[in-house]
Design a protein around this ligand. Structure first.
Ligand SMILES: C[S@@+](CC[C@H](N)C(=O)[O-])C[C@H]1O[C@@H](n2cnc3c(N)ncnc32)[C@H](O)[C@@H]1O
Length: 308
């Protein structure tokens, strides 16, 4: 006898794409997503990226010791950025009030089960990461669906919003104008949205939303024109050695077709639908084609728009 399929749930869970462990050049733990055909971090390593692209641009030194920092993290993955903020806020004497959005429970579980990952952090950080990973502040599911729920209580309250999704061409769902607008809604007036992405479509959206946008300088030096990511804030950003204003060539690029946003009006579009919509809009746009000549990549990591 066969049982009828349940009316409300799929008959079977689709197989999840494989996640392969890999090490960065700094020896830190990372994963490769076969489904997205992209790494969770670039070749330099998860730890280096967490510091260079998230912790340093957050400029925690702005906050007096004892201050509670409200942080919303989109795409928690292995929890490397979370652990880096747990360690950095503890070192700065700050309290961390954290919320995380993530589709897949496996990356954090794989990281926490890896001896190398655990050895990267003090025992206290691992304990707190385990508690966060099993606690009510990690919201599982599509971040597009969970974000409005987070906004219901945290709109206008976050000091930091960290966006570390797969790159825009792989996961445009988390880089659309609609999603970015909601994310920005989480920020306090002096809050910061921080991402590794330097994509023109992302930066232009943030500018159009009225934020000041600056580039993150790569920690390894290299060409001053190279960017390691983007910081955006509703209020002017203080001068900081890790940040620089956008240069003229970058602003010109934003005005090209490359700056046309990813659009996801329903908040439920597939990657293919969102990419195809943008391709059609670019095809019919009167804007000049994007022809940014990227300066040489100092680290040979092969990304700035996002591929890892
Ligand atoms: C580049 S990895 C995150 C790297 C992470 N910050 C770390 O340190 O490991 C991207 C993450 O986005 C998650 N993701 C993909 N689509 C998502 C969605 N629609 N909503 C929430 N998370 C999503 C993936 O499961 C993956 O863990």
């Amino acid at each position: 006898m066969t049982w009828p399929a349940c009316a409300t749930e799929p008959a079977e869970t689709p197989p999840q794409p494989e996640l392969l462990p890999r090490l960065g050049r700094d020896g830190s733990f990372s994963l490769y997503s076969c489904g997205c055909d992209e790494g969770f971090h670039n070749a330099s390593g998860a730890l280096r990226e967490a510091q260079e692209k998230f912790v340093v641009p957050a400029a925690l030194e702005r906050f007096p010791p004892g201050r509670q920092l409200l942080v919303a993290e989109v795409a928690v993955g292995t929890g490397t950025n979370t652990a880096a903020f747990l360690a950095a806020t503890a070192a700065a004497g700050l309290e961390l009030d954290w919320w995380g959005l993530e589709l897949d429970q496996r990356p954090l579980a794989l990281a926490l089960a890896d001896a190398g990952f655990r050895a990267q952090w003090p025992a206290g950080v691992i304990e707190r990461l385990e508690r966060l990973g099993n606690g009510p502040r990690l919201w599982l599911g599509d971040a597009r669906r969970r974000l409005p729920e987070l906004l219901a209580t945290q709109a206008g309250r976050c000091d930091l919003v960290l966006l570390d999704a797969f790159s825009p061409t792989r996961c445009p769902q988390l880089w659309s104008r609609e999603f970015l607008e909601r994310l920005v809604g989480l920020l306090r007036p002096d809050g910061r949205l921080i991402t590794y992405s330097s994509a023109a479509a992302v930066r232009r959206c943030l500018l159009d939303l009225g934020l000041e946008v600056q580039a993150i300088r790569p920690s390894g030096g290299g060409s001053g024109r190279w960017s390691a990511g983007t910081v955006a804030s509703p209020t002017p950003l203080e001068t900081h050695p890790a940040l620089r204003p956008l240069e003229d060539f970058e602003r010109e690029h934003l005005a090209s077709r490359a700056g046309l946003p990813y659009r996801d009006p329903s908040g439920a579009g597939s990657a293919a639908e969102i990419l195809e919509r943008r391709r059609r809009e670019q095809e019919h746009s009167p804007a000049p084609p994007g022809k940014l000549r990227r300066p040489a990549d100092p680290d040979g990591l092969g990304r700035s728009e996002g591929h890892r």
